[in-house]
Design a protein around this ligand. Structure first.
Ligand code: ATP
Ligand code: MG
Length: 433
C-alpha cells in the first residue's frame, strides 16, 4: 500500500509523489493551516495542508479525522527547512483506512503517562510508542545474535516437549494440565531432554525455549512464563568449558544490543560493552564479601534479592564489572543432576548481571549410578526418571550446560522491570491479554 516509510522520506526526494500509510499521531489545526503528524514503523512525517493550495474537500476531511486512525496519504514531497527533518508532504489524496474510536485507552503521545497495568492491558497501543517498540526491536536482536552465535559455533537447534509427565528438576512448582484422561505438566525447562541429547552424538545443542514456573513470586524479576536460551555441551573437561561458552555468548549478545543505535537513542539508554574475561568469583568468597558488607548470609543458603543487589554493586565498585560468574556453589542447593566437586561443593555456577542472576549452569553427572543416588538424596523417585536415566546407561559423555533467561537479560540491559520487556507477561495476577 505504501511507497515509502516515513524515515525514507528525505529532502532529496523533493518533488516526488509518494504514498504513505500510518497512524495519526497528532493533528494541529491553525485554521488555514492544518498539520497531521503521521506515524509508521520508521518514525514520524509531517503532512501539511494549506488553505488555497490544498483542495477544500481534503481540508474538511482533516477536521473529521480522529487520533490514531490509519490513513493512506498520496502526496508530494516538499523540502521545508522549518518542518521536522527538513521535509513535509503536501497531500493530494487522503484515504481513511481504519477509523480509531475515541477516547483512546492510552495516550500514545505520552502527554498523559499511563501506569504499567494500563499499558499492559492495552499492549497493542502501548507498542505504538517508539520507545516501547524499541525495547522489542532490541529483544529481537538479542535473540537473533544469540542464535547466530550458537549456530556459528557448531550448535544444533532442537525443540523439546513442553507437555511432560513429571517434574524435570524438582524444587520448582509445576503447572498441572489435563492431558486426555491423565494429569500432565507444563515443562519448567528442557533440562532432561537436552541432557538426553548428549547421548546421541549431536554434542552441542540449544533451544530457544519457554519455561513455565508455578512460583507465587511477586517481584520485579520473576514471571511464570519465561523465555530462555538453553544450551548443553558434550565432551567438556569440566564446568569451565561451559562457562567459556556462556562468556562468549553473553558478550556477543550485549555487543549486539549495543549496535541498536536508533533504538537506544529513542530509549535514551547506553549499554556498557563487557570486557573479557568476565570476573569469576567463588561462592565462598561471595559469602565473605557479603558478610563483610553487613549482609549476613549463612554458608549453604542461596543469595536473596538484597544479597544479589549488594553483590552487583560491590562487583562494580571493586572490579568495575557489570557481569560476574559465581562458581563452586554448595552441592545441596543445586539440582540433583549437578556434578559434585566433592562432598561439599558442586560444579555449578551462576552468571550475575548488575545484581541479578541471569543464568545458571553446571557440569552434569554422567554416571547413571551416581545420578540415581543423587535423585534419591533429593527425596525424588528414580522411577519417575527412568526414561532419562536410561539414556545414561549406553554411553553418555561428560557434559554440561546452562539456561540463560532472556527476559532477565533484557531487563538488566535496559534497566527496566521484567514486565516491561515481555510483550504479554504472565504473573500471579495477569493471564490476559
Ligand atoms: P531465581 O533464583 O532468580 O528465582 P532460578 O535459579 O530459579 O532463578 P534457574 O532454574 O536457574 O532459575 O533458571 C535459569 C535462568 O532462567 C535464571 O538464571 C533466570 O535468568 C531465568 N529464570 C528462571 N526462573 C525465572 C522466573 N521465574 N522469571 C524470570 N526468569 C527466570
Ligand atoms: Mg538459577
Amino acid at each position: 500500500m505504501r511507497s515509502h516509510y516515513s524515515d525514507e522520506i528525505t529532502p532529496k526526494l523533493d518533488g516526488r509523489e509518494v504514498s504513505l500509510c500510518g497512524w495519526v499521531h497528532e493533528i494541529r489545526d491553525l485554521g488555514g493551516l492544518k498539520f497531521i503528524i503521521l506515524r509508521d514503523r520508521g518514525g514520524f512525517i509531517q503532512i501539511t495542508a494549506k488553505k488555497g493550495t490544498t483542495n477544500e474537500e481534503i481540508m474538511n476531511k482533516i477536521d473529521k479525522i480522529s487520533k490514531e486512525s490509519i490513513l493512506k496519504i498520496d502526496g508530494l514531497v516538499v523540502r521545508n527547512d522549518k518542518a521536522p527533518r527538513g521535509v513535509e508532504i503536501i497531500p493530494r489524496k487522503i484515504y481513511m483506512i481504519s477509523r480509531a474510536k475515541s477516547p483512546l485507552p492510552l495516550d500514545v503521545t505520552q502527554k498523559v503517562r499511563a501506569d504499567l497495568d494500563t499499558r499492559l492491558n492495552n499492549r497493542f497501543m502501548d507498542l505504538r510508542k517508539p520507545e516501547i517498540a524499541s525495547i522489542f526491536k532490541i529483544r529481537s536482536k538479542v535473540l537473533n545474535v544469540g542464535r547466530n552465535f550458537l549456530i556459528r559455533n557448531g550448535f544444533i537447534e532442537i525443540n523439546s516437549p513442553k507437555i511432560i509427565a513429571s517434574a524435570s528438576e524438582g524444587g520448582t512448582e509445576l503447572f498441572p494440565i489435563s492431558y486426555f484422561d491423565r494429569e500432565a505438566f507444563l515443562a519448567q525447562s528442557p533440562q532432561l531432554y537436552k541432557q538426553m541429547m548428549m547421548a546421541t552424538g549431536l554434542d552441542r545443542v540449544f533451544e530457544v525455549t519457554t519455561y513455565f514456573r508455578a512460583e507465587e513470586h511477586d517481584t520485579r524479576r520473576h514471571l511464570n512464563e519465561v523465555t530462555a536460551i538453553d544450551v548443553e555441551i558434550a565432551f567438556i573437561r569440566d564446568e569451565n568449558d561451559v562457562i567459556n561458552v556462556l562468556e562468549d555468548l553473553i558478550i556477543e549478545i550485549i555487543n549486539g544490543a549495543s549496535e541498536c543505535h536508533n533504538e537506544l537513542k529513542i530509549l535514551k539508554k547506553e549499554i556498557e560493552i563487557p570486557k573479557k574475561p568476565i570476573k569469576r568469583i567463588t561462592y565462598d568468597r561471595v559469602i565473605d564479601i557479603l558478610n563483610d558488607n553487613g549482609k549476613m548470609i549463612e554458608w549453604g543458603d542461596d543469595l536473596d534479592t538484597e544479597a544479589e543487589k549488594i553483590l552487583g554493586r560491590i562487583m562494580m565498585e571493586e572490579f568495575n564489572s557489570e557481569l560476574y560468574f559465581i562458581t563452586k556453589y554448595p552441592l545441596e542447593i543445586k539440582p540433583f543432576y549437578t556434578m559434585p566437586d566433592n562432598e561439599k561443593y558442586s560444579r555449578a555456577f551462576d552468571l550475575g548481571y548488575k545484581g541479578v542472576e541471569i543464568s545458571s549452569g553446571s557440569q552434569r553427572i554422567h554416571d547413571p549410578e551416581l545420578l540415581v543416588e543423587r535423585i534419591k538424596k533429593k527425596n525424588l523417585n528414580p522411577e519417575n526418571f527412568e526414561f532419562y536415566i536410561n539414556a545414561f546407561r549406553y554411553g553418555m559423555p561428560p557434559h554440561g550446560g546452562f539456561g540463560l533467561g532472556i527476559d532477565r537479560v533484557m531487563m538488566q540491559l535496559l534497566d527496566l522491570q521484567i514486565r516491561e520487556v515481555v510483550l504479554f507477561p504472565r504473573d500471579r495476577h495477569r493471564l490476559t491479554p
